[in-house]
Design a protein around this ligand. Structure first.
Ligand code: ARG
Length: 310
């Protein structure tokens, strides 16, 4: 009997002990649980931070690549190659045209020669249609473009321009002697030729759309001039200087009137970010203008074109 009591008491004591132990352990267990929860949150936070870090790393790489592009020395590349490649559209006398011997010559070629000289390299000329020049420069096919190219805001988005080397009084409408075309309205209902991708084409599209038939050509001289003389178009729109030399040389052609506003007529285009190359080009232009040499180049080249047979 006594034994039984002892066992009951012992068991009871054991149960009480266990309960007590458990009760005492509860706060500890809760603390551990809490700790586990905070650890879980921390892990998530670390993962998020890691992701952010990876993103920043890749952004950094991108910026580095971009920076390298801008720091890349175009001048070094040209010097190492030993030649500078000029892109032009040789259909625009006296800026660039093909002479009787089949050579590409003109004002812009003279400027390119001075740039090549300054860099101490040879000059290679790539002749293409005007509308292809910007892409050729962007694609690295040519190092510079000199083609009486007007530095427009739209082109500035794709390439960089030097300081201008010539100012234009506007576009010129050229027609055949005897045609009664003296103002923009006289072009309504007529056929008007412009060069593809030029500021003249842009003007025509903005001012003659639905009013005249605008025909775009790849090459101005001789193609577009021939089309005018044949009577396929009633007028062509070109730059002021080319209009003046064309009409001086050919008595059949006349300048009907000028349109558009005076602008920085032409600048040398270089790839976007080609700061070192642009610096050299600007230097050459500045020197040519300040010494009066630029003026001479214009006079000589105009005289050369006018004196050329054909
Ligand atoms: N100045 C005009 C322009 O920038 C026409 C230039 C045409 N040049 C040429 N080589 N065909 O659009």
């Amino acid at each position: 009997m006594v034994e039984k009591k002892v066992i009951v008491v012992a068991v009871a004591a054991l149960i009480v002990g266990l309960l007590l132990g458990y009760a005492l352990a509860v706060p500890h267990i809760n603390a551990l649980k809490h700790e586990l929860e905070t650890l879980k949150v921390s892990v998530k936070e670390v993962e998020a931070l890691k992701k952010e870090l990876d993103f920043l790393k890749s952004e950094n790489e991108k910026l580095k690549a971009e920076l390298a592009k801008y720091k890349a020395s175009y001048v070094d590349k040209i010097k190492k190659r030993g030649k500078i490649i000029l892109g032009t559209s040789a259909d625009w006398p006296p800026f660039e045209y093909v002479d009787a011997q089949g050579n590409i010559v003109g004002i812009d070629i003279e400027i390119a020669k001075r740039i090549a000289e300054k860099l101490g390299v040879e000059l290679e000329i790539k002749d293409m249609k005007f509308a292809a020049l910007i892409e050729a420069l962007k694609g690295g096919l040519v190092d510079i473009v000199i083609a009486d190219m007007t530095p427009t805001a739209k082109r500035e988005l794709q390439v960089d321009f030097s300081i201008p080397y010539y100012f234009s009084k506007g576009h010129a409408v050229v027609t055949l002697k005897g045609k009664v075309i003296t103002c923009v309205e006289d072009l309504y209902g007529k056929k008007v030729g412009v060069q593809l991708g030029t500021t003249q084409e842009e003007w025509a599209k903005a001012n003659l759309k639905d009013k005249a038939e605008i025909l775009s050509y790849d090459k101005v001289y001789p193609d577009m001039v021939m089309v005018l003389k044949r009577g396929d178009v009633d007028a062509i729109i070109v730059g002021d200087i080319i209009a003046s030399v064309l009409t001086t040389k050919d008595p059949e052609l006349v300048i009907a009137f000028y349109i558009g506003a005076p602008t920085p007529g032409a600048a040398v285009a270089v790839p976007e970010g080609a700061e070192d190359l642009k610096f050299v080009v600007n230097q050459v232009i500045e020197e040519l203008v300040e010494s009066g040499e630029m003026q001479k180049i214009f006079e000589n080249e105009i005289a050369k074109w006018l004196g050329m047979g054909g």
